[in-house]
Design a protein. Structure first.
Length: 210
């Protein structure tokens, strides 16, 4: 049968073993963390190298583009465009620099000018409508003796055509007609009503149309 001292010693031994086990586990965890950090650093360095290589390739590609641009063709010489046409397909046309390039064996050489010859003069157009001349505005006053409906006609001077007719009327008036007189384009006709005796003014717009 185990005495009290034996049990106490055994308990201490087990506690010491447990502490050592915990320490070993903690050390293992720390080592794992360090290993993961080293792996991340190695991966980052590898990715950096890949990016550097990609950038270098891009720089080379850009350099190639600049070189191609420096050797652009000039298909126009003395106003003439030079090209090559593949008759077998009936649709492939390309332009070339006649100094540095030439058509292939299955292509036909074509040339065309940037600017064609001057065309012939066109036919004479139809005569236009008569224009206006000697335009003027002629004011004409007309007394109206009483209220009611009235018609006032005024003629343009010197046989000119009446183009329009503005007017002044008192408040309460109304206009029923304002147009050239039928059969005589030199006269402007104004039909209106007024509320009482007044004087109206008709502004004739006159001009020669022939």
């Amino acid at each position: 049968m185990m005495n009290w001292h034996t049990r106490e010693n055994l308990t201490r031994l087990l506690a010491d073993v447990a502490r050592r086990f915990d320490s070993a586990a903690a050390a293992a965890r720390i080592a794992d963390r360090r290993t993961m950090r080293r792996r991340r650093r190695a991966g980052g360095a590898a990715r950096g190298a890949i990016v550097a290589v990609a950038l270098g390739a891009s720089a080379l590609a850009l350099g190639g583009t600049d070189a191609s641009a420096a050797t652009a063709i000039n298909p126009v010489q003395d106003g003439v465009v030079h090209g090559c046409f593949r008759a077998a397909t009936g649709r492939h046309l390309r332009v070339i620099d006649p100094i540095t390039g030439a058509c292939k064996s299955d292509e036909a050489a074509l040339q065309w000018r940037q600017k064609g010859p001057k065309g012939k003069p066109g036919e004479q157009g139809a005569p236009g409508l008569p224009g206006l001349s000697e335009y003027e505005v002629v004011p004409v006053d007309q007394p109206i003796p009483a209220a009611g409906g009235w018609v006032f006609e005024a003629a343009c001077p010197n046989g000119k055509t009446a183009l329009g007719g503005g007017y002044t009327l008192p408040a309460g008036s109304s206009v029923t007609e304002s147009h050239p007189r039928a059969g005589d384009q030199t006269v402007w006709r104004l039909a209106f009503t007024v509320p009482g005796a007044t004087t109206i003014t008709l502004f004739l717009q006159c001009a020669r149309t022939q």
